[in-house]
Design a protein around this ligand. Structure first.
Ligand SMILES: Nc1nc2c(ncn2[C@@H]2O[C@H](COP(=O)(O)OP(=O)(O)OP(=O)(O)O)[C@@H](O)[C@H]2O)c(=O)[nH]1
Ligand SMILES: [Mg+2]
Length: 305
């Protein structure tokens, strides 16, 4: 009987499902598995797709899946849901829409809750993406609602980030979160069938020409009507272009720098119990101890290992 890593690397669908569950439950075997497969990763293109609630992310992801399948690529989808995987109509809608792909072994779809993961949702998403990469998926699409810090961190995992904006939905450029503006490698103006798409495009162009990015990349702007799928080819081409000419290597180093910090932080925190932290906090609040000595004691304990 072949071991899980070997079956995963061979692209076995059941092994992938099992490995994904290991990652999601953060069980002990997850790290060993990841360590074994890591050198086989780095081939997939990871595309982050973010935008406010209802912007059309899932509709577009669905179209992109079909577009990549037409190009004979295997596609993974990780939907990061801000509440829980199976509550809410949106996710139910996602599942119905995605059913057309469910019978297809070239498509893997998983939705994850944002809470409850030790080490954070970004860590779990990154690990799941590594699995898909190792299992031979060419493209991984990560859908996340662009609201909080979690989502911005998820975007940092991606090689390419698509930000979806919508006319007449409070998505005018003034109101857009600075963080979201900065992470966009490609802007998609979705629902371009609604009035205001042209004005939004002008505003975006204006904002982009004022704020040149440090890495020199000039984000493309693509108008789309996701429900009709017409812009899929343009979006796939824009992703390819970013992969070929964008600051890919720099992006990857930056992203691993963050992941390494996160990993180190969670490893260090694993060495002390929540109760220990709580007790120390009480001591500090009551001025029995100072916080600097407490932390020094903890880091000294790390050194001794
Ligand atoms: N008019 C119009 N409606 C669209 C377009 N794209 C998506 N919609 C509709 O917008 C609604 C929300 O689409 P979703 O794809 O679920 O949006 P989402 O961003 O994934 O939403 P959440 O996951 O809930 O944040 C659906 O009713 C879609 O049919 C578009 O281009 N034009
Ligand atoms: Mg959605």
């Amino acid at each position: 009987v072949k071991r899980l890593p070997e079956r995963l690397l061979a692209g076995d669908a059941r092994a992938l499902a099992r490995a994904a569950t290991l990652i999601e439950s953060r069980s002990a075997g997850a790290e060993d598995l990841l360590r074994e497969i890591f050198r086989h990763t780095g081939k997939a293109t990871v595309v982050g797709i973010t935008g406010s609630a209802g912007a059309g992310k899932s509709t577009l992801v669905d179209q992109l899946v079909a577009g990549y399948r037409r190009r004979n690529q295997r596609v993974g989808v990780v939907a990061v849901d801000p509440t829980s995987p199976y509550s809410g109509g949106a996710i139910l809608g996602d599942r119905i829409r995605m059913q057309q792909h469910h019978a297809d072994a070239g498509v893997f779809i998983r939705s994850m809750a944002t809470r409850g993961y030790l080490g954070g949702i970004a860590a779990a998403t990154s690990d799941l993406t590594l699995l898909l990469d190792a299992a031979g998926f060419n493209t991984v699409l990560i859908e996340t609602v662009g609201v909080g810090q979690d989502e911005i961190e998820v975007a940092r995992i991606a090689d390419v980030t698509i930000v979806i904006v919508v006319p007449a939905m409070g998505d005018d450029v003034q109101a857009m979160k600075a963080g979201i503006m900065e992470i966009a490698d490609i802007f998609v103006i979705n629902k371009s069938d609604l009035p205001g798409a042209e004005r939004l495009e002008r505003e975006l162009q204006g904002a982009l020409s004022l704020a040149k990015r440090q890495d020199g990349w000039n984000p493309s702007i693509i108008r789309a009507v996701a429900t009709e799928g017409a812009a899929v080819d343009a979006i796939v081409s824009a992703v390819d272009e970013f992969q070929q000419r964008g600051p890919k290597k720099q992006r990857s180093i930056d992203s691993w720098e963050l992941r390494l910090r996160d990993l180190y932080r969670s490893k260090a925190l694993e060495r002390i119990s929540p109760q220990q932290v709580r007790d120390a906090a009480i001591d500090v609040a009551e001025r029995r101890r100072d916080p600097y000595s407490v932390v020094r004691e903890w880091t000294n304990a790390l050194d001794r290992r």
